[in-house]
Design a binder for this molecule. Structure first.
Ligand code: FPP
Length: 236
């Protein structure tokens, strides 16, 4: 049997929580709650499969337009998830990093995030990036702002700006390029996720709604990746 070519870095757009709940006459928050259970399963499976970086899109910069109750419920869920799971993450060697703009988070959520990042910072088995108030363009704008300050202060010249320097100023610094982006819920869009890191990602779209995304579905995506021949613009 041919050996599986496991992606190093997987990004997931977890779509379909609302529709999952609607189909069961439940409210959208119940869908997100069920989605959080799928998050836990996916993290465990990724680690056991040998994935080195898992980036989960939990809340986009555009999601603020949802009803306040839903926004609060998602934020709350992420906070509770981190409080409950940080010790397990430490035990399992998972380094958690929050990617996105932290400036709009409540004080208590921010404290929970910082504590979880601090406690897991030396973990080496897998990086878990949770994208919360994240947008790929916004991440690039923030990177450009930091780089522009360096130029303004005379620390670097415009000609010193290269891919390596841009990467250093991204929230995902240390995670590298994303090899595979999975989107559940049937839509075929990237929705401003990992705009820089996903430049050469393989794309896998699944009709399964996020709460139903289990290990078997995850393996289908990994097998899809494994069967692809990546050329990065060259010839094989
Ligand atoms: C998309 O489904 C899902 C979200 C915007 C929220 C994802 C959040 C979680 C899974 C909660 C927990 C997260 C962590 C990291 C613990 P949707 O609401 O857009 O679904 P729809 O397209 O069916 O309406």
């Amino acid at each position: 049997m041919q050996e599986l070519n496991i992606p190093k870095h997987i990004g997931i757009i977890m779509d379909g929580n609302g529709r999952w709940a609607q189909a069961r006459n439940m409210n959208r928050t119940s869908g997100h709650k069920e989605g959080a259970k799928a998050v836990r399963k996916a993290i465990t499976h990724a680690r056991e499969t040998g994935i080195k970086v898992l980036t989960l899109y939990a809340f986009s910069t555009e999601n603020w337009s949802r009803p306040a109750q839903e926004v609060n419920a998602i934020m709350d869920m992420v906070g509770r998830y981190l409080s409950a799971e940080t010790e397990t993450m430490v035990k399992n060697g998972i380094k958690m990093k929050l990617i996105g703009d932290k400036s709009r988070f409540s004080g208590s959520l921010l404290r929970t995030i910082n504590e979880s990042e601090e406690k897991t910072k030396d973990c080496k088995d897998m990086i878990l990036n949770i994208a919360l108030n994240y947008g790929g363009r916004h991440e690039l704008i923030r990177a450009m702002q930091s780089i522009a300050s360096l130029v303004k202060d005379g620390d670097i010249l415009p000609g010193d700006i290269n891919e390596e320097l841009v990467e250093k100023h991204l929230d995902t610094y240390g995670s590298g390029d994303c090899d595979l982006i999975i989107r559940t819920g049937g839509e075929k869009r990237i929705s401003n996720f990992l705009m820089w890191q996903g430049a050469y990602s393989e794309l896998y779209f699944s009709d399964v709604l996020w709460p139903d995304f289990d290990n078997e579905e995850f393996d289908k995506a990994i097998n899809f990746y494994s069967s692809r021949q990546r050329r990065f613009g060259g010839l094989k």
